[in-house]
Design a binder for this molecule. Structure first.
Ligand code: FAD
Length: 498
């Protein structure tokens, strides 16, 4: 087989997954029907947990150089913004950057690692058998069939892979639509922000750069129009006037779109050799700017597991854990977008509720809880049932400061750049006879904490998964740490050594 994995769809999620697989040495090909990255801004926010995972691969700094960091987010456009600066994270901010830019950076990253991207090629069908998957494609050279061990549908909301995998997509249809446009508004002072909800509807205006604004409107007069009806310049202008009182000097529109609040999720994310990730697995109203972020986090969850199955070191349960781990978080995501949608109403009780919630968010604990959810900093997975219990098991791994044997102070995320497991061993005088270093998918770091950390003070050794979650941590009081560590490594990293 020329390819081990074929990804159908080269949006942000496909490119991220292509990078993850290529990083793990997998022969991966992306099939994308578009000639080049879509120029539309769509996702404008890259949230804290996504920035963390991109930092783990050394990609965050490149993205940051192209956008603007903001310490604030929002929930349902409430008057009180969410304060991300209080999050216990080295990325306690969001990055404001058009999706087209994020996609370009991810594509360059994937290509630099050896992924192949075949553009202007459309996938027509997908058929799996016991040994692999056939993908029929059509491109400039006509039709042909490619074969690979696995296929992932990163092909968006209307996913062909989901249909051919016979996976349900249950949920609710849209009950209203909104419009958006990226436009020049010459009457606004540079970098103005407008967020307003009145009986005429909701309008949110954010600067994309010095001269272009993202305008999003739920116009009460137009909210029942079908998503498939094209937005005209006149309609867009009228809606701006209705909701703000003037056209704000609208004189150039780069892109206009209409979208609804249809909310659906795939019944499962895997059927045999076929997987789903990103919008192919879930759709929802883009409230709080979470869709792309969650898709990128899924790619991070799936990539190393798929690579492990192909390389032969992954235990049987690992591939299935992609669905088990991600599905409940995405169900919660759909619910939080539905709650936000309910709050986008102008009736007196909802207006009152908005005002109550805006007041509540001023309480630090309330802000923290919602900020942690929207930013995905709260995501954690079920603890390893066979490891001794520890509060860190399954939790997200933050960029812990380390002190190496030679006294050097260093952050831990750079140790995840290669996409391997990371064993943090805080007892460097102990003898391990070097047996851990023989694992090809494990990097061992002997260190101590750079500074005291309540969550980590008692940790003897921890195994960090390639996607930046803590597989297990064992406490210094463990009666037989060497045995616990060795068993834990074998359980997660397999028996394969170089
Ligand atoms: C107005 C709006 C604002 C948004 N704002 C945010 C935000 O601030 N933050 C956020 O996180 N998310 C946001 N989102 C959501 C975000 O845009 C999506 O979640 C994201 O694009 C999903 O990425 P994806 O790679 O899964 O799918 P897509 O971006 O849809 O990419 C799928 C790709 O597959 C290709 N494809 C499909 N079928 C085939 C085929 N048969 N053969 C070959 N190629 C195929 C398509 O051409 C496409 O390039 C917003 C969405 C909208 C509409």
């Amino acid at each position: 087989m020329k390819y081990e994995v074929i990804l159908i769809g080269g949006g942000p999620v496909g490119m991220m997954l292509a990078g993850e697989l290529a990083l793990a040495g997998i022969k991966v090909c992306v099939i994308e029907r578009l000639k080049e990255t879509t120029p539309y801004s769509r996702a404008l926010t890259v949230h804290p947990r996504t920035l963390e995972i991109l930092d783990m691969r050394g990609v965050k700094s490149k993205l940051i150089s192209k956008g603007r960091l903001l310490s604030r987010g929002h929930f349902a456009g409430l008057e009180t913004p969410l304060d991300f600066s209080v999050l216990d994270s080295s990325s306690n901010h969001t990055l404001f950057l058009p999706q087209s830019e994020t996609e370009k950076v991810l594509e360059e990253w994937a290509l630099s690692l050896g992924a192949e991207v075949r553009r202007e090629v459309e996938a027509l069908s997908v058929h799996q058998d016991e040994d692999g998957v056939d993908v029929k494609i059509a491109g400039p050279n006509g039709e042909t069939t490619l074969r690979s061990a696995y296929v992932v549908g990163t092909d968006g909301a209307r996913s062909l892979v989901r249909k051919h995998a016979n996976i349900s997509f249950e949920g609710t249809d849209a009950t209203f639509t909104a419009i958006l446009g990226d436009a020049v508004l010459s009457d606004l002072a540079p970098m103005s922000v407008i967020s307003r909800i009145t009986e005429k509807g909701l309008v949110s205006i954010m600067p994309i750069n010095d001269h272009m604004y993202r305008v999003l409107i739920i116009d009460m007069e137009r909210r029942n129009i079908s998503k498939d009806e094209t937005v005209t310049f006149e309609e867009f202008r009228s809606s701006i006037i209705r909701t703000t009182g003037s056209d704000l000097g609208l004189n150039d529109v780069k892109w206009m779109s209409r979208f609804g609040n249809a909310t659906r999720q795939a019944g499962r994310y895997r059927n045999g050799r076929l997987f789903l990730a990103g919008d192919s697995a879930h759709i929802h109203f883009p409230a709080g700017g979470q869709g792309m972020n969650v898709g990128l986090q899924e790619a991070m969850n799936l990539g190393w597991k798929l690579a492990g199955a192909i390389k032969g070191w992954a235990p049987d349960w690992l591939l299935d854990s992609y669905h088990t781990e991600r599905f409940p978080w995405n169900t919660a995501l759909l619910r939080n977008t539905e709650v936000q949608t309910l709050l986008l109403d102008v009736t007196p009780p909802i207006t009152e509720l908005r005002s109550m919630l805006a007041n509540l968010i001023q309480i630090p604990e309330a802000n923290y809880q919602i900020a942690a959810q929207i930013s995905a900093i709260d995501v954690h997975y079920a603890p390893d049932a066979e490891a001794p219990p520890h509060p860190l098991n399954g939790k997200r791994f933050k960029d812990l400061g380390l002190k190496l044997k030679d006294g050097q102070l260093i952050n831990s995320y750079p140790f995840l750049h290669k996409g391997t497991f990371l064993l943090l061993h805080f007892h460097f005088n102990e003898q391990n006879s070097g047996q851990w270093e023989t694992y090809s998918n494990l990097q061992v770091v002997h260190a101590s904490l750079a500074e005291a950390d309540a969550d980590w003070n008692d940790v003897h050794t921890a195994l960090i998964r390639p996607d930046g979650h803590i597989a297990w941590a064992i406490s210094s009081s463990d009666p037989n740490p060497m045995q616990t560590i060795n068993e834990g490594i074998t359980r997660w990293c397999g028996n394969i050594t170089d």
